[in-house]
Design a protein. Sequence first.
Length: 81
Amino acid sequence: TAKFGAVEPLKDKMYTLSLHCTSNYPHPKAHSTYDVGLPDGMRDEEYLEVLQHYTTKVVEETQPDMIIYDAGVDVYEGDVL
C-alpha cells in the first residue's frame, strides 16, 4: 500500500499509516506517510491506544475524503507483537 501511494497519480493525494512490529518487519521496508514501529509483546490495550492516537492525528492533519482501513492483511505466524 505504501508503494502504491508513492507514485502518480496518487502521490501527494494518498496518505498511509503503518503500525507494525519493528523487529519482524521485512527490511528494507516501504516507507509510509506515517510509520509507527511498535515493540515486541505489545498488549491489545496498548495497541488500541496507539492506533487511536495516530488515526486521530492523521485525520486531523490530512482531512481525508475517504478512509480505507486494512487490518491484519499481512499477518505473520511468528509475529512477536
